[in-house]
Design a protein around this ligand. Sequence first.
Ligand code: URA
Ligand code: SF4
Length: 473
Amino acid sequence: MAILEVPAQDFASWRTAARKLIRQGATPLEVHWLDGTSDAAQGLLAGLEAAPPEDDASKATTTTKVPREFLSLAETVSCFRDPQRWNLLYELLWRLSHGEPHLLDDPADPLVRKLRVMEKAVRRDAHKMHAFVRFREAADGAMVAFHKPDHHIVRREADFFVRRFGAMNWAILTPDECAYWDQKQLRFGPGLPRESAPSEDEVEDLWLTYYGSIFNPARANLTAMTAEMPVKHWSTLPESKLINGLLRTAGDRMYEMIRKQPSSAASFVPSDTTSLKVLQQAACNCQGCELYEHATQTVFGEGLRKARLMLVGEQPGDQEDQQGAPFVGPAGKVLNEALEAAGIDRADAYVTNAVKHFRFEERGKRRIHKKPDGRHISACKPWLEAEIALIKPKVIVCLGATAAQSLVGRDVRIMQDRGKWMDSLHAPNLMVTVHPSALLRLPPGMSYEEEFTKFVRDLRLATEEVNAPLSNA
Ligand code: URA
Ligand code: SF4
């Protein structure tokens, strides 16, 4: 059996080649992937003509159908620092397209398990990069940071820094690859050693003062600090010089004061956008509360910008978390049926949640839904407010207590207040009703049909209001 040696430089080149190979029926045993960074691969790559990847990709989608989840997994795993990753991904792609389309649902499969571990490691590395990259001013006024990621994540994460620090020129230098932003264009160049970044500079003192003033006392817990911030990052953090001083002087009062600072999505929400897409993209990188750490992805709202009806749920569930869209699981099924019964086309509504990440507890292999706390609801509210500000719905329906808590306040009583119009600054018409998942766990003695009918009645009121001629109110 001849072994094909195929170079993969990055995810896009791997994907193009992998799709072609799958179509040609090349089994994983017949293909050996060469990592783009190895000499052998560089040689092969140099001899390759640049293929038109778009054309190839569009042809391939019709023949190699893979779950969307595969693409996100593969894209993340492609950053893992191990040349084997391409082979493992190809094996997965092969099995998915050869009789095991639901393989990703089997977390016990050794290949899936391995890839999930790799995925998690890359995500963690990305979060660390977001947290620990520190810019220093270089001689030409540009801000320069040196960072040493564990994995090949510079390209994957560069957009995050463009969004965060779009209004300055900066460079992030890493031993693998460097990213440069000039406020217009993002470029990448070869890796550079540590010495390329300025270590001492005129603004160092300013930075130190700044970090002193925002010093997070959570970090003053030394054990937590060393666990969270690997020692290798310490040397690049100007505030590490300050830490000793702060540890000595940080009194309980300051601890308390800073500890109570609410975390929030606010600093992640682009303030000047008129595009839902931009909003949604920015939400992908939100770290406004800790829920992003364990969930698969941000589940943003879905629907047209011109929608006049907005439905607000609680938070994504297990299915939503995996698929990246709101209300696609069991509660979504009830919602769809009720909308249909109320004569509402779901495509005419904008459907979203009060909290954009799935909160759960792990029990064995299962992930059990856990209600978001008040702090998650407030942390995430800037996203919901931004969605409302862009869509300006005529009618908002809060599905259940969490949405009601976010948009109306703590003391709404769903059962008493459902189906009534409430005064709100968020929309001309706002009502609360039950959450569709409540219909799936009715206490004994309550009838599904009756509760479903009441739910439909509330939704019908909402659509009547949507379609009512403008009142003079
Ligand atoms: N429950 C919700 O509140 N939202 C979803 O998206 C799914 C279930
Ligand atoms: Fe950000 Fe909301 Fe996710 Fe928390 S739940 S990380 S605030 S998007």
